[in-house]
Design a protein around this ligand. Structure first.
Ligand SMILES: [Zn+2]
Length: 232
């Protein structure tokens, strides 16, 4: 019907931008961040990512959020996230390290590592969800339900990123159209992306880095700007 009224400023979601980096872990990122060694301005560049104008954005107070790692060991810490204000649009944006998934406490490595364990169980003829949930650190409180949720979320991201990832990996053997078993489809991706359970840690980040570099988007998860009703 009529035009939507613009949302009040406080309800406008913050834009989440992937922060591409080469830190081997989030804890290294955290250390550099706190030491003031990260030059976010040169990463963003001179033009504002929201409005495209020069000399527009300025740094504002960072926010803190929890991050949980599972490999090589369970670790839960608060992580600072850099925030900026686009002065033209009066909107803020944050630079979320690519090791994190928007709205997930568990890191990309934790999620992929758990799914790789699950895949191993599935190959042995077991369900996968339960096997993965018992193998990770008991403190992590991973449930079979959570593993199933992660599998669906990761597959959603991989399907969405299929064309872009296909520039870096041979994905021809993966069919996204037929009604395949989820683990089967995931296994196709894991093999094509060369993700192996025993490698662990940073090597699992390579597909995410390729994707975020090519698109400036997150491979997994849904950032705030795509969640709000005014920004479909
Ligand atoms: Zn701006």
């Amino acid at each position: 019907m009529g035009a939507r009224r613009p949302a009040p400023l406080c309800q406008v979601p913050e834009i989440q931008v992937p922060y591409l980096n080469t830190f081997q872990s989030l804890w290294e990122y955290r250390k550099s961040f706190l030491a003031g060694q990260i030059d976010f301005d040169s990463r963003i560049g001179p033009t504002c990512p929201l409005c495209g104008h020069l000399q527009c954005y300025r740094k504002v107070t960072p926010y803190w959020r929890y991050a949980i790692e599972l490999f090589p060991e369970w670790r839960k810490e608060r992580i600072p996230v850099a925030r900026f204000l686009c002065r033209n649009r009066q909107r803020t944006f944050s630079l979320l390290p690519v090791q994190l998934i928007p709205y997930f406490q568990y890191t990309v490595g934790a999620v992929l590592g758990t799914l790789l364990l699950g895949w191993g169980y599935w190959q042995k003829g077991q369900g996968g969800f339960w096997g993965a949930s018992v193998e990770v650190d008991p403190e992590s409180l991973i449930t079979p339900w959570l593993v199933a949720f992660w599998l669906a979320a990761v597959l959603r991201g991989l399907r969405r990123g299929h064309a872009v990832l296909g520039r870096f990996y041979d994905l021809r053997g993966i069919s996204t159209s037929k009604k395949a078993v989820l683990w089967e489809e995931a296994a196709g991706y894991f093999q094509a992306l060369r993700l192996k359970a025993e490698r662990g840690g940073d090597p699992w980040m390579q597909p995410v880095r390729h994707y975020s570099q090519a698109t400036r988007q997150f491979l997994f998860g849904i950032p705030s700007q795509q969640r709000a009703p005014n920004h479909p």
